[in-house]
Design a protein around this ligand. Structure first.
Ligand SMILES: Nc1ncnc2c1ncn2[C@@H]1O[C@H](COP(=O)(O)OP(=O)(O)OP(=O)(O)O)[C@@H](O)[C@H]1O
Ligand SMILES: [Mg+2]
Length: 145
């Protein structure tokens, strides 16, 4: 699926819709690889995704690697792997346990450790367009949809 959006609130809506779709399909475990350059809107999309479950205050986990949201029965792990230097850093935070658990893992900069992206990952790629600073193209591929 490809979307073209004009604002950060619209990007949030696309994230929210993805969460809604997974919920409607009763999918409780997913790995969502967020792709796109710095400042493109990966965290904004994640905020929308998490807001579907009832928490609107997602902040970037850059300094902590992972933020955990437990909302009712839903667990969401929001990773930012920008500062990861190698897979050992991930082992040390228990990355595999997070990713394999019944949770939605939404991962910024997962391409830093491509060997750790599961086969069934959903990939969300966000790009800018040259004409307008607030426009983004969002492409969602893979996974069950
Ligand atoms: N259509 C849009 N969608 C998303 N963000 C937008 C849009 N238009 C403008 N923005 C702005 O772009 C910025 C996106 O920031 P965000 O932190 O989500 O980027 P990021 O991809 O997570 O960056 P990083 O790689 O540094 O973590 C915000 O300041 C947001 O307001
Ligand atoms: Mg971010």
């Amino acid at each position: 699926m490809i979307y073209r959006v004009n604002s950060d609130t619209e990007t949030e809506s696309i994230g929210r819709n993805l969460a809604k779709m997974l919920t409607e399909l009763s999918i409780k475990r997913s790995y969502i690889a967020m792709r796109g350059e710095m400042g493109v809107g990966k965290t904004v999309f994640t905020r929308g995704f998490v807001s579907h479950f009832g928490w609107a205050n997602v902040k970037s986990p850059t300094y902590t690697i992972v933020n955990e949201y437990k909302i009712g029965k839903t667990n969401i792990y929001h990773f930012d792997l920008y500062r990861i230097s190698d897979s050992e850093d991930l082992e040390s935070i228990g990355y595999h346990e997070y990713v394999e658990s019944d949770a939605h893992s939404i991962v910024e900069w997962s391409e830093r450790v491509p060997e750790y992206i599961p086969e069934d990952a959903i990939t969300v790629t966000i790009s800018r367009v040259p004409e307008d600073d607030n426009v983004r193209v969002i492409e969602i591929t893979g996974g069950p949809i």
